[in-house]
Design a protein around this ligand. Sequence first.
Ligand SMILES: *[C@@H]1O[C@H](CO)[C@@H](O)[C@H](O)[C@H]1NC(C)=O
Length: 292
Amino acid sequence: MDSTGILFLTLLLLLSQSPASLSLTVSTSEAKMEVHENTDAVLSCQFKTEKETNPRIEWKKKGKDIHFVYFDGKFTGSFAGRAKIEGATVTLHAVTQKDSGLYRCEVSAPADHTNLGEVNVTLNVLVPPHTPFCEVPSSVLSGAGVELHCKDKLSVPPPTFLWYKDNKALSATHTPNIVYSMDTDTGTLKIKSVSKADSGQYRCEVSNRVGASKSSVAHHMKVIEYPLSMTTLIAGAVGLFLLILICCLDVCLPLTGLLQKGMCKDYLTKKESDGVLHQMTWHPQSPNLNPI
Ligand SMILES: *[C@@H]1O[C@H](CO)[C@@H](O)[C@H](O)[C@H]1NC(C)=O
């Protein structure tokens, strides 16, 4: 059909619809649904037909591609046996995070002027905090930088994280002389340079608006101090180095000099006796090699 044909049909359709007549309408009482995991989700879809007494109702879910939820009077796939329909409103029982997504209610009423109507309903399944998984090093050297991680990938919406040291909450907004930094969104606690005072029990707590906060088990972090202070260590190293240097100048240097002289003499006598031809036979694959 060409474009003038489509235009003609559209005009005809518009003219045939008297403004007084009721046409098919499809609506929802809640376009954005938020329900807790394991509860029922009611996906509302209401319709009014003009003349049609047996409209066709279909529900689809949009994921990577669109698939049917309700088709030909039946729930399909994973929805079979755990959903019900009343009018066009669908109730999904015991929803999980996998049920989150965009749903569409489609109503077709062949006998009506406007014979197709649809409405979208977004379902967001909320998940309370899960016990987080934490990574805390068991021992660190004093003066080193350290990162503590906390993860909870299952909670919806994503939780906020709070770290505790010896059951005392570490403040997220810290004083200007920052000793540590805490990211409440990613769950990472960074200590720039650990000191003995940082030894202790660390745990992390996750919370979102859905349910009770959950805490990880406490992990002990031990800060090991160097037996000697850094300056003593450096001074010692410098002293040792000087001692070796003096020893070398006095003893080792004349000794190595003698050794080198001896080796050089050996090498020269060996070269004289070997002869050039003998050396070349060892490299037949490189005939361009010039005899020295
Ligand atoms: C429903 O959402 C789809 C996008 O997935 C959009 O194309 C369509 O127009 C929407 N329908 C309504 C009635 O808002």
